[in-house]
Design a protein around this ligand. Structure first.
Ligand SMILES: Nc1ncnc2c1ncn2[C@@H]1O[C@H](COP(=O)(O)OP(=O)(O)O)[C@@H](O)[C@H]1O
Ligand code: SF4
Ligand SMILES: [Mg+2]
Length: 338
C-alpha cells in the first residue's frame, strides 16, 4: 500500500494533464502541442509541505495553476478531504477559501492603488466578511507576518521592500483562512538573507495555522530546507517522489542524480566536479515516445526510447525509470543475469 495514502490527504490531484496547442509559426504548418503537464498525481498530508522541483519549463507553474483551478485541465481530478471538487462557481468559491496561492512576483501581484490593509481585506470582504472584521483580520495577519500594523497598514506597495511585499502577499493568502497554500517560486526573487527570513516565517505560520503547503521552486537547497515530501518533475511528468531524505540522500532517477550533482555545495571541499546535465535543453513540444529523459540520460538504452517507464513505488519512494524495474528489459539487468 502506498504510504502517501495515510493519513487522509487534505488535497489530492490525480492524473492532471494539460496540453497547450500553439499556433504554427507559418501558414500551412501543422499546429504544435506543448505537453506542459502529463498525468501528474500528488497527495498533500495535513500539516505537511510537499516540494515540487525541476528545471525551468518542466511544468511546475502549469501544475500549480491546474491545482488552483486557474486553468482548465484536459484530464484529471482534484480532491479535498477525499471528495472530488465539483464544477461551477459556488464550488470554485468554496475551493478558493480552502486553497490559496502566493506567486513569485511580489510587486505585480499587489494592486498599486490599494493600501496594504485594503489589499488584505479585499478577499474576505468579497467572501462576505464585514469591513470591521476584515480590518481586524488584516491587522492580526500583518502582525503575524512581522509587519507592525500601526506602521504598515496604510502604506502602498511601492513604499515596501521586496521582502516586505512578499510578507503582505502571504498575509493576503491567509486572509480567507485557507488550509492549503500553493507557493510558486515565492522566495525566488528575494535576496538570500531575506529568503531565509521568509522561509522561517512560512514554517512558523504553517505550525500556527495548521496549514499545508505545496512549495514550488527550481532551487534544490530551498526545497530540501522546507519540504517533507518532494516531487521531481521533468518535461511535464513526475519522475521521482518520496520523503525529502530519500530524494536528497538516496536519489534513484538519473535526472534527480544529475540535478543534485549540479547543486552548488556550501562546503568548497565537498564541491562536486561532475558535469552538469548534458544534451539539448528540454522542450515539451512534440515529445518522442519512451522516456522523456532518454536524450540526456547516460544510461539510456533501446528500451528507454521505445517504452515510457512507469512511476514505480518501492517502500516510500517512487521513480519512473527502467532501472527501477528488473523486468523492464533494460540491458543492465541482462548483464547481471548473465
Ligand atoms: N499558455 C501557454 N501556452 C503555451 N505554452 C505554455 C503556456 N503556459 C506554459 N507553457 C509552456 O509549458 C511548459 C511548462 O511551463 P511552466 O509550467 O511555466 O514551467 P515551469 O514553471 O516549471 O518553469 C513550457 O514549455 C511553457 O513554455
Ligand atoms: S528510463 Fe532509461 S533513459 Fe529514462 S532515466 Fe531511466 S535509464 Fe535513463
Ligand atoms: Mg514557473
Amino acid at each position: 500500500m502506498d504510504n502517501f495514502a495515510s493519513p487522509q490527504p487534505v488535497l489530492e490531484a490525480i492524473g492532471l494533464t494539460k496540453t497547450f496547442r500553439v499556433r504554427p509559426d507559418r501558414i500551412g504548418a501543422k499546429p504544435r502541442y506543448v505537453h506542459a503537464v502529463s498525468n501528474v498525481s500528488l497527495r498533500l498530508s495535513p500539516g505537511a509541505t510537499l516540494g515540487i522541483v525541476g528545471e525551468s519549463g518542466c511544468g511546475k507553474s502549469t501544475a500549480a495553476r491546474l491545482i488552483m483551478q486557474l486553468l482548465d485541465r484536459d484530464e484529471g481530478a482534484i480532491l479535498i478531504d477525499g471528495e472530488e471538487t465539483a464544477n461551477g462557481r459556488a464550488a470554485l468559491r468554496a475551493y478558493r477559501r480552502d486553497v490559496q496561492m502566493v506567486f513569485q512576483d511580489s510587486s505585480a501581484s499587489l494592486n498599486p492603488r490599494l493600501t496594504i490593509e485594503a489589499s488584505i481585506m479585499f478577499a474576505p470582504m468579497v467572501h462576505g466578511v464585514s469591513r470591521d472584521e476584515a480590518r481586524v483580520r488584516a491587522h492580526e495577519l500583518l502582525g503575524k507576518v512581522g509587519l507592525d500594523p500601526a506602521r504598515f497598514a496604510g502604506r502602498y506597495p511601492h513604499e515596501l521592500s521586496g521582502g516586505q511585499r512578499q510578507r503582505v502577499n502571504i498575509a493576503r493568502a491567509l486572509a480567507l483562512r485557507p488550509r492549503v497554500v500553493v507557493l510558486d517560486e515565492a522566495v525566488s526573487a528575494l535576496d538570500k538573507s531575506v529568503e531565509a527570513q521568509v522561509l522561517n516565517l512560512l514554517q512558523d505560520l504553517r505550525a500556527e495555522y495548521g496549514l499545508s503547503y505545496i512549495f514550488i521552486s527550481h532551487d534544490l537547497a530551498v526545497i530540501r530546507h522546507i519540504s517533507d515530501e518532494v516531487l521531481v518533475m521533468y518535461l511535464g511528468q513526475v519522475i521521482e517522489r518520496g520523503p525529502v531524505a530519500d530524494i536528497f540522500d538516496a536519489p534513484f532517477h538519473p535526472y534527480t542524480r544529475a540535478l543534485l550533482a549540479s547543486m552548488p555545495s556550501h562546503d568548497p571541499a565537498a564541491r562536486t566536479l561532475s558535469p552538469p546535465i548534458t544534451g539539448d535543453p528540454p522542450s515539451p513540444i512534440d515529445l518522442p515516445p519512451g522516456c522523456r529523459f532518454a536524450p540526456r540520460c547516460p544510461q539510456a538504452a533501446d528500451v528507454c526510447r521505445a517504452r515510457m517507464p512507469e512511476l514505480l513505488l518501492k517502500d516510500t519512494h517512487a521513480a519512473a525509470c527502467h532501472l527501477n524495474d528488473p523486468r523492464s528489459g533494460h540491458p543492465v539487468f541482462e548483464e547481471k543475469a548473465a
